[in-house]
Write a protein that binds this ligand. Structure first.
Ligand SMILES: *Cc1c(COP(=O)(O)O)cnc(C)c1O
Length: 432
């Protein structure tokens, strides 16, 4: 096992993912290549679904935050696993519709839904809008009223938690493009506006405190602040908030230095806090929604590259250049995200080489990692970067006119293409 149990090494010394030989897959499909283990994704969905039902009751619903990894087959899997989904754009909604995803289980997010987005989502019958701000509330209310419908909504609220300092920093995240803050009084204002607005049914509140969080405390703090706000709403407006969406953000193990989170027990800890807080405030437990993205799909993925040049600059560093880079994985360039990399065709050899992994773009910041301990590489080797299932394919670009790699899904050792490799013809399709 390497980092997660579906990554292993076979008798040829090749890296395997879900039992499939990655070196053979690189030969079959070419590189760069995204791989996903379908069983890992399905297991993660079930873990969340079962833990949510056990901890919060039968009507608890985990949503898959689909910005983490979005294509038609992924929505089919989420639908089959009984998940709801969080969509943030017309493009995600369109893809979900193409997959036949049940519209009533869609939560439509985003801090700036265009008029077209709002209309398209209502045409589709999207179950719930997560309304970000007063301007958007008016727009949704007007559109719903003109259609003679009542649109179910949640309001996005900023509880003021900075997840990367351990306890609540009460003004921590007030300065955000998302949502309305409780401490400024704007949250209560938008709640009152939503209660009296025509064409909308205020079902609940939403908060999302951040991503790649390993501690439970920030979630506990957020849950307590939100429940106390529900109780304020009840006192001030006599209004019962029926649903509380606590967002996503639980962390994933990317390297041997990260902890592994037991998601089921994390969910049950959060559930305890929520029900204690509700008891304390004398309010009924609302329906609880969780909204994980990364923790459902990240671990399932790996990206395969072919090693090009290996360059050693004496007294400086070693560069390994691969045939992909920031176009297929911009996360190191964006936030110095850490990954585990290995030479897939000599996976059991010692990691005796320290290198910077460079992409192929004309951009010195196009790196996939620095100070990576890896097997001594040579031109033509297959290099694997692990745990790339989240925010890689979904953030990919065509920078330098590089076509996006295909996505190959592995299930029980069988492989199938779920997103085809882009061609040069695809790249010029919209050029006139
Ligand atoms: C990104 C996001 C999520 C998912 O976050 P993860 O860290 O991937 O679990 C959930 N909800 C909202 C509103 C988000 O923006």
């Amino acid at each position: 096992m390497i980092i997660h149990e579906h990554f292993d090494i076979n008798e040829n010394g090749h890296l395997t993912l879900g039992g499939a030989d990655t070196v053979s897959l690189a030969e079959k499909y070419g590189t760069p290549l995204y791989l996903l283990d379908e069983n890992v994704i399905r297991r993660a969905c079930r873990t969340y679904r079962e833990a949510a039902r056990k901890s919060f009751g039968e009507d608890a619903l985990p949503l898959y935050a689909s910005k983490a990894l979005c294509f038609t087959e992924m929505y089919r899997i989420a639908a089959e696993e009984g998940m709801g989904i969080d969509c943030v754009s017309g493009g995600e909604l369109y893809t979900a519709k193409r997959a036949g995803f049940p519209a009533e289980r869609i939560y439509f997010h985003g801090n700036n839904k265009t008029q077209k987005d709002i209309c398209d989502a209502m045409d589709m019958g999207v179950g719930t809008f997560v309304v970000d701000n007063p301007d958007e509330l008016s727009a949704v209310s007007e559109e719903a009223t003109s259609r003679g419908i009542t649109q179910r909504i949640l309001l996005r609220i900023t509880p003021g938690i900075d997840p990367h300092t351990h306890r609540a920093v009460v003004t921590g995240n007030v300065d955000s493009k998302f949502g309305s803050a409780i401490v400024t009084g704007q949250a209560m204002e938008i709640v009152k506006a939503a209660i009296s607005a025509r064409g909308v049914d205020l079902a609940g509140l939403h908060c999302h405190i951040g991503s790649q969080i390993f501690d439970i405390e920030p979630f506990e703090d957020a849950a307590k602040i939100m429940v106390s706000f529900l109780s304020d709403i009840k006192k001030e407006c006599g209004y019962d908030i029926r649903e509380l969406n606590l967002g996503g953000g639980l962390g994933v193990k990317y390297t041997e230095y990260d902890r592994e989170i037991d998601y089921a027990s994390a969910i049950s800890e959060i559930a305890n806090i929520v029900s204690c807080a509700c008891n304390e405030h004398g309010i009924e437990l609302p329906r609880i929604i969780l909204e994980p993205g990364r923790s459902l799909v990240a671990a399932a993925g790996a990206t395969l590259y072919t090693v090009g040049s290996v360059k050693c600059i004496p007294h400086f560093r070693n560069y390994i250049s691969v045939d992909g880079g920031m176009p297929d994985n911009p996360r190191y360039a964006l936030y110095q995200s850490q990954y585990t990399a290995l030479i897939a065709n000599r996976a059991s050899a010692p990691r005796d080489f320290c290198a910077t992994l460079a992409g192929r773009c004309c951009e010195s910041g196009d790196l996939l990692g620095e100070n990576i301990k890896i097997q001594t590489p040579k031109r033509g080797d297959v290099l694997a970067v692990l745990v790339t299932g989240a925010y890689n394919y979904s953030m990919a670009s065509n920078y330098n006119r590089i076509p996006r790699p295909p996505v190959v899904m592995i299930k029980d050792g069988e492989d199938r293409v779920v997103v085809k490799r882009e061609t040069y013809e695809d790249l010029v399709r919209n050029d006139v």
